[in-house]
Design a protein around this ligand. Structure first.
Ligand SMILES: Nc1ncnc2c1ncn2[C@@H]1O[C@H](COP(=O)(O)OP(=O)(O)OP(=O)(O)O)[C@@H](O)[C@H]1O
Ligand SMILES: [Mg+2]
Length: 304
């Protein structure tokens, strides 16, 4: 759909230093530009959704911000650390759930979690692993090798692994792709909880309802640049106001029944018609219920 779009929403100036600040990020692969100068400011404790079509460069952005990939130009600070000169500090401040599950298939689910907890020098790796297994409904599968897990189970384990520590910044690259509705809701709850406790979450998603539901701010990456950034309300305001259209709704059997037998309050005038009017739900003039039909809507008197 092509629509007239108002001027892009400018970044909101904030007194507190941003948890993630990106300026002029550029990256090309084999001479093909993917990022052509990206600027972002992400507030602490907020959920920020980066949207974009397939190949827009979302994963490239996340990989650069997690220091897995070098940009061609541009600067970024994560939790106050410069990703060019303080890479190790940046890595200590973040956790990343990549687009494709990065779990060890030979180990069991629990062993994967314990391994990460040990790497993060947690005092009680087993307890943390058990807590996360319960949170992500993986207790029954905890002792099974990950090679036997379904795609959704791997994804849940992968997200659980990124929550083993308590880093101030979390990157989630398409965290709910392939998850069933229940697991998706669990991830949503987790993201909200994290942000509620002050963690900054940068996520990418192809599910626009996910961004609507979770994100404090949303940016759209397109042709290497951020097209717009704003809250959902700000982005909605870019399009003309919605046009209200009346949609015909088929009457329920209850509507038909009530229209014929009288329903609440006895209809005045003649008795029940022997046949239904020319259009179902729109009794002919004088028939019971005819007065309650709104022009153009075909909504019956007891429509729900
Ligand atoms: N290592 C690489 N070498 C060459 N090209 C790459 C490399 N990594 C990414 N690209 C290209 O950069 C572009 C952006 O890729 P990226 O994975 O960042 O997109 P994306 O927005 O995450 O897409 P999707 O929604 O499909 O995950 C694509 O055209 C991709 O082919
Ligand atoms: Mg991607």
């Amino acid at each position: 759909m092509t629509a007239a779009v108002a001027a892009p929403v400018a970044p909101v100036p904030s007194a507190a230093p941003a948890a993630i600040q990106v300026r002029g990020l550029q990256k090309s692969f084999a001479g093909t530009p993917v990022l052509r100068g990206v600027d972002l400011d992400i507030e602490r404790g907020s959920v920020f959704a980066l949207l974009g079509s397939n190949g827009a460069g979302k994963t490239t952005m996340i990989r650069i911000l997690s220091t897995l990939l070098r940009p061609d130009a541009g600067t970024a600070t994560i939790d106050g650390f410069d990703f060019g000169t303080q890479g190790a500090r940046v890595r200590e401040s973040i956790s990343l759930t990549g687009q494709f599950a990065a779990v060890d298939e030979v180990l069991t689910g629990r062993e994967n979690l314990v391994l990460v907890a040990r790497l993060r020098h947690l005092a009680d790796p087993g307890a943390r692993a058990d807590e996360l297994l319960a949170r992500f409904a993986l207790v029954d599968a905890a002792a099974r090798r990950v090679a036997t897990y379904s795609g959704g189970m791997r994804r849940r384990l992968d997200i659980a692994m990124s929550l083993v520590g308590t880093p101030p910044v979390i990157f989630l690259d398409e965290p709910t792709t392939g998850l069933d509705p229940e697991a998706r809701l669990e991830v949503w709850r987790t993201v909200q909880e994290l942000a509620g406790h002050g963690t900054t979450v940068l996520l990418t998603t192809q599910y626009l309802d996910e961004a609507e539901h979770l994100a404090d701010r949303i940016a759209i990456l397109h042709e290497g640049r951020i097209l717009v950034t704003g809250t959902l309300t700000e982005l909605r305001a870019l399009l003309p106001p919605a046009k209200v259209e009346y949609v015909e709704k088929q009457p329920s059997l209850e509507d038909v029944f009530l229209a014929l037998v009288g329903g609440e309050g006895e209809p005045s005038g003649a008795g029940a018609p022997s046949t239904v009017g020319p259009r179902a739900g729109v009794p002919s003039a004088g028939a019971p219920g005819a007065d309650a039909t709104t022009p153009g809507t075909a909504r019956g008197p007891r429509d729900r």
